[in-house]
Design a protein around this ligand. Structure first.
Ligand code: BDP
Length: 717
């Protein structure tokens, strides 16, 4: 008996101690832990018949068989007949009808898939089909997800296709492998060893993206280096493209506008100069020779010091169209970013992108998309939607979200961003009357555009677990899932992710899901409550800096954004102020028109209100600010408590990591609260109510904090 107990203890210990370093992401394929499901799956998927052969199909087959092998904990191979799971394109099998009709196949387009239970000759069978190889791969990942999340697969009737065409990661990776705003190690692109050395990471990166439907990747930083367009680098890019295309992932590059001068030896980069146009055409031709399915270019021009068409008195459409003409014969596209603002323009930075781009609506070639950040300033913890959504009906507008947590606690804070993405996607622009949500603008349905796209600035680096914080993986996951289907809820995505990444244990799933769903609001509260924005430290953006007033340009200074004075706080963007509100359609602007109609969480985005202003809670604005900052800190403490009780339900390794990270997050939440309240108190001259914790240090202490080597600082080496 004693011996038996000892053996059981050892087994438990070994199972628990199994190394979970996060490398496998949400594709762990461990044995299904629920025995009833396991038995059912084993029967339902006892014999797999996989028809067809191609690079993508081979990857799909390998993924399916190895996934099933792990999940069912038994050897699975592809049989010739008598299958219980048939995976095939309609062209390779006549056995699909009547289970799948031509009409169904018409609905799923070129990337969708159908997974259906059926009965053939008295036997139950599952059919997985798609019009294309990539549809089959996406369907395989869907099926594996069902098993990983312990779903019932008895009567499947799944028909799925992406709502947005271009679902793209943007890597802000430099050629020297630093990553601008990267907090997970250095770049995964090992340019030095490419094209000859294909790291296993590239394969797993492609698998992970395909598993959530991401179909494009921009390999290089928007603050671009022209060298990526030289022959040497194109060969390296081609090696990645060759691998990635077998997972349906297209490669794109950033184009530095001055490349014709820097690597072409021309005297100008004027987009209307015939020599410059010719240079780009030739350059593009050489890229397509090496990479026949090259996706096209992403461009940051005339923004934050980057060169662009305005250097030559031309506008954004002139610049974008020149590149669009060069890639058009190859079916390439140009994603032209609208993240522009200028120090010389005395107007509110909020308004500048709209002012520059709105007049250009209708002037872009049909293969140009204008890529707009979700909010008008810069990926803040909370922003109202960008007024350009819905304002350029003749132009396909692409969404840009930031997965990497530049302003959301960087590598150390647990923040699940799906609620942030959804808040923007679901906002109503009213551009064609009520019901003109941002998601309809970007999926092209509102204006019936034939091209649509969404981009996420990647949070991936060479850290063993890819994203630094184990929970940051959920933002990569959520981005892909929402890009595929923006109607999924934050809750459903979190649920899937937790089950696949950690465990299906119901108390873990329920507790951690709640923690994730609350995490973004917690961060808003301890960093920038009530509509405060852009009050972080300069340069690296790590930590609070609401007092900063000496940055290189006015609109980089936090004081420009919060405008705290003896009267009150907030940026007046109504008619009496910068009038940014007039950029929205009247119905959308109405929500923000007066402090009374503005939801609390947007108040200081649009109004300068007195410290004594009475909030809907009955508290004064000052007291509400103190309350919110403290609520944020309390939420992190609750997260710590909840996480503690999860001990033993998952592997020790990741449990310990997250415990340490939450401890840092708590310290930093206190730092944000104390620094901000100390500073604002020095202006409001009102005491922090006695019931709240007092700042530990004097204001001077917070002001003196320096982080010369904080990660992710910009530049374009
Ligand atoms: C800001 C980043 C900067 C980027 C810029 C951009 O601080 O590093 O280059 O956005 O999006 O958020 O171009």
């Amino acid at each position: 008996m004693k011996k038996l107990i000892w053996i059981i203890t050892c087994v438990i210990f070994i199972t628990n101690a199994r190394s979970e370093d996060g490398y496998r992401l949400w594709l762990r394929y461990d044995r299904v832990s629920d025995n009833q499901s396991l038995q059912e799956y084993r029967v339902a998927l006892s014999e797999v018949r996989f028809l067809g052969k191609s690079a993508i199909l081979d990857n799909a087959k390998t993924e399916l068989l190895s996934g099933l092998e792990g999940l069912l904990d038994k050897k699975v191979s592809s049989v010739q007949s008598g299958e219980s799971l048939l995976v095939t394109k309609p062209s390779a099998s006549r056995n699909l009808t009547p289970t799948v009709s031509a009409e169904d196949l018409g609905k799923i387009g070129t990337e969708g898939y159908i997974i259906r239970s059926t009965i053939v000759g008295g036997t139950k069978k599952i059919i997985l089909t798609a019009n294309s190889d990539i549809g089959i791969l996406y369907g395989v990942f869907h099926l594996l997800r069902l098993l990983q999340t312990h779903q019932n697969i008895r009567s499947l009737s799944i028909i799925s296709s992406p709502k947005i065409q271009l679902r793209i990661l943007n890597h802000w990776d430099n050629l020297n492998r630093t990553v601008e705003r990267g907090y997970a190690g250095i770049s995964i692109w090992d340019w030095h060893k490419l094209p000859d050395y294909i790291d296993q990471r590239y394969i797993d990166y492609a698998r992970a993206n395909a598993s959530i439907g991401i179909n494009g990747t921009v390999l290089s930083n928007v603050n671009a280096n022209a060298l990526i367009l030289t022959r040497n680098y194109i060969n390296k890019v081609a090696a990645l493209a060759q691998l990635f295309r077998t997972y349906g992932l297209k490669v794109y590059l950033t184009a530095r506008f001055s490349a014709p001068i820097e690597i072409g030896g021309l005297k100008t980069a004027d987009p209307l100069d015939p020599q410059v146009q010719e240079w780009w055409k030739k350059k593009v031709d050489t890229i397509y020779q090496a990479i026949p399915d090259f996706g096209g270019f992403l461009v940051k021009a005339n923004s934050e010091g980057q060169p662009g068409p305005q250097n030559y008195g031309r506008n954004h459409a002139d610049g974008a169209n020149m590149l669009a003409d060069a890639v058009a014969p190859h079916k390439g596209i140009v994603m032209w970013r609208a993240f522009v603002y200028s120090n010389e323009v005395p107007d509110d930075r909020f308004k500048q992108a709209y002012n520059e781009f709105k007049p250009l609506d209708g002037k872009f070639r049909s293969n140009v998309l204008v890529q707009v950040k979700n909010g008008p300033i810069d990926f803040q913890p909370r922003e109202p939607f960008h007024p350009l959504f819905g304002a350029m009906p003749a132009t396909p507008i692409m969404m840009e979200f930031q997965l990497t947590q530049e302003y959301l606690g960087q590598a150390t804070h647990l923040v699940y961003q799906a609620p942030l993405y959804k808040e923007c996607l679901d906002a109503d622009t009213y551009s064609k009357g009520p019901g003109s949500q941002v998601y309809k603008v970007i999926d092209g349905s509102l204006e019936r555009h034939s091209i649509s796209g969404i981009a996420g600035v990647a949070n991936i680096g060479n850290d063993r677990n890819w994203t630094g914080h184990p929970f940051a993986q959920s933002n990569w996951y959520a981005f892909g899932r929402l890009a595929w289907d923006h109607q999924l809820s934050s809750e459903q995505i979190a649920d899937e992710w937790i089950r696949q990444t950690f465990t299906n244990r119901s108390n873990f799933v329920a507790t951690i899901k709640q923690m994730m769903l609350n995490s973004r609001e917690a961060l808003v509260n301890y960093m920038t409550p009530l509509g405060l924005h852009h009050i972080m430290a300069t340069g690296h953006h790590y930590g609070p800096g609401p007092w900063v007033a000496n940055a290189g340009r006015a609109d980089w200074n936090p004081v420009y954004y919060h405008k705290a004075d003896s009267f009150g706080i907030g940026f007046d963007r109504t008619r009496t102020g910068s009038d940014a509100l007039s950029q929205y359609i009247t119905e959308a602007a109405n929500n923000f028109d007066s402090p009374k109609t503005t939801p609390d969480h947007y108040l200081l985005w649009f109004h300068h209100v007195p410290w004594t202003y009475q909030m809907s809670s009955g508290r004064s604005l000052w007291n509400e600010l103190c309350h919110k900052y403290n609520e944020g800190v309390d939420s992190v403490r609750s997260m710590q408590e909840a996480w503690k009780t999860m001990n033993g339900l998952i592997d020790n390794e990741r449990h310990a990591q997250v415990t340490m990270l939450l401890n840092i997050q708590e310290k930093e939440a206190v730092w944000w609260r104390d620094a901000c309240l100390s500073y604002f108190k020095s202006i409001s001259k009102i005491e922090i109510p006695a019931k709240y914790e007092k700042p530990i240090h004097p204001l001077q202490y917070y002001k003196a904090i320096r982080h010369p080597f904080a990660p992710g600082i910009g530049g374009n080496p």
